[in-house]
Design a protein. Structure first.
Length: 101
């Protein structure tokens, strides 16, 4: 989803996800300025496994400060740090600088 967001993903992946601003009938909303992707409606659990549903759900669950990063290497490093913070809690990584991990 990061590559889709920075327009470096293959076109076939870019075509199956849309931002909330693109899918909204009311483009003047505050959500038009965010990096939130719309998740399509699905009625089956199988449908929730596809990239068009699971990708936006995973991307939207990330903290907003990760959405603005355009460098892929920096994004991966900060994502790893964030996932470690979520998994082990802040007490494990509180003494470690965010850029170190």
């Amino acid at each position: 989803m990061h590559l889709v967001h920075i327009n470096k993903a293959p076109q076939c992946l870019t075509d199956i996800v849309t931002t909330v601003a693109e899918s909204s009938a009311r483009p003047g909303l505050r959500s038009a300025d965010t990096a939130v992707y719309a998740k399509p409606r699905t009625t089956t659990r199988f449908g929730k496994r596809g990239f068009c549903f699971a990708g936006p759900v995973a991307w939207n669950s990330l903290p907003s400060h990760l959405h603005s990063i355009t460098d892929t290497i920096v994004f991966k490093r900060k994502l790893r740090t964030e996932l470690l913070r979520q998994a082990f809690g802040l007490q494990f990584l509180s003494a470690v600088p965010a850029d170190y991990v």
